[in-house]
Design a protein around this ligand. Sequence first.
Ligand SMILES: C[S@@+](CC[C@H](N)C(=O)[O-])C[C@H]1O[C@@H](n2cnc3c(N)ncnc32)[C@H](O)[C@@H]1O
Length: 204
Amino acid sequence: MSRPRFIARQFARPSGFLGRFIAMAMNYGNASMNAFAVEKLEADATDRILEVGFGGGVTLPSLLEKAGFVAGVDRSPDMVARAKKMFAGAIASKRAEFHEGNVETLPFLSETFTKVCTVNTVYFWPSLDVGFEEIYRVLASGGRLVIGFLPKERMDLMQLPTDVFTARTVEEIVASLTRTGFGNVRVERPESTTAWCVVVGMRQ
Ligand SMILES: C[S@@+](CC[C@H](N)C(=O)[O-])C[C@H]1O[C@@H](n2cnc3c(N)ncnc32)[C@H](O)[C@@H]1O
């Protein structure tokens, strides 16, 4: 039986009372994929990092610990409000900012970031090429992109509503990144899982 559509929609754009629980559930359930994605960013204090679709914000404490500056964009107004509240100190000291927005039109000047990550969001993008082109634009030359996701063969087992989730194959992600101009594209997963993976690409 497929999952109820109203729950699936919450993962796509958490909101309201239920959205708060979904945020906590995502932080718990997605912790290992997010931790691996952060590791692959290889962040240090010189980095300006953007996370697209941070949701419950599970990566944000470790990104703020490692990087000089962290920005987040999420299309859910409630997730943006939550992050602003949770990381008010970092915002006040100008080490963080959070914006409502979409991967298709990121609210930043070109070449603003040294690194970008996005985890469990590619299922909701209308077009991979448009999203990766926009991320390419805001990355500085030599910048790194890390994408964490559950590939199509695993997503299909979950029987999620296809009008909410678009399952993506590893090959589709790699092909789109390559078309967009990213180089040194590689797929990585820890030995402990065969379920999910991260794809890393470098802006030329
Ligand atoms: C399934 S949640 C994943 C949250 C977190 N990255 C994680 O792995 O736990 C997807 C998040 O991405 C956001 N999102 C989905 N599509 C987006 C888009 N096109 N642009 C920006 N944010 C998006 C949603 O609002 C939601 O907060």
